[in-house]
Write a protein that binds this ligand. Structure first.
Ligand SMILES: [Mg+2]
Length: 242
């Protein structure tokens, strides 16, 4: 690998709680419940679930756990699920107007800085199904930063599968052979940290999610913990050390 490729770091960004948030904690249920009811005839136990850090496929599997649907059943319906999900999400967005989601403070500045820096490339690693991830990025005006392929919630019900998929796709696109340690997963939950660890990638935890305190995140031993993304020079120094 040439020197430029060796120095490269790929920043794999989680979406919810890291880049952006919905205005209400349970806003996702506005479209996930009708989506499940439309495809499976029931939303199972979704209404009472807390889903931080889970992939969308995992959320569906957990919600329907007691309804007799297996992972296999869910995979068979993946196409219907995806279509219905987008239909219901677009409905929720048109009801909620532009204000359903907002970008977290400092995010745009960090993405602008990393996009201009030769050491970094930005990509998504998120539990959202791919079209939902792209729709969210469009709604908050961040699409331009995510031109590389990533890994998404319709790729697996296990977030730990996602870093390997992102690396494979990015290596193919860039024609490089980047190592796992050149990938930095940035997220707000223990699942983000664990999926990085599992793969030998780096983990930067950001305490801007609704579910986990800095102490909760530290217990999962990220390579670094940031309170939020507002201090651009702190964020860049943190990335530079990884
Ligand atoms: Mg998150």
């Amino acid at each position: 690998m040439n020197k430029a490729a060796q120095d490269l770091r790929i920043l794999l960004w989680d979406i919810d709680g890291t880049l952006m948030r919905s205005n209400r904690r349970d806003a996702f249920k506005d479209y996930t419940i009708p989506m499940l009811e439309g495809v499976f005839g029931t939303a199972g136990r979704l209404a009472e679930m807390s889903v931080s850090g889970m992939t969308d496929l995992q959320i569906v599997a957990e919600a329907l756990r007691d309804e007799g649907f297996t992972h296999e059943h869910i995979r068979e319906r993946a196409h219907d699920l995806r279509e219905r999900y987008m239909l219901e999400m677009e409905r929720a967005v048109s009801r909620g107007g532009e204000g359903l989601f907002y970008t977290l403070p400092g995010v745009r500045e960090v993405l602008e800085a990393t996009a201009q820096h030769t050491r970094y490339r930005n990509a998504l690693l998120t539990g959202n199904i791919e079209p939902a991830a792209h729709l969210k990025m469009r709604l908050v005006g961040l699409s331009e930063f995510f031109q590389l392929p990533g890994a998404f919630g319709d790729d697996s019900h296990d977030r730990r599968d996602l870093p390997a998929l992102a690396r494979e796709r990015i290596n193919r696109q860039l024609q490089f052979d980047l190592e796992p340690a050149q990938f930095i997963v940035i997220g707000d939950t223990p699942n983000d940290i664990d999926c990085a660890r599992h793969y030998g990638a780096r983990a930067v935890a950001v305490a801007t999610g609704r579910m986990y305190t800095p102490q909760d995140l530290l217990a999962h031993e990220p390579d670094a913990l940031l309170p939020d993304l507002t201090d651009l020079s702190l964020v860049m120094r943190t990335f530079d050390q990884l």
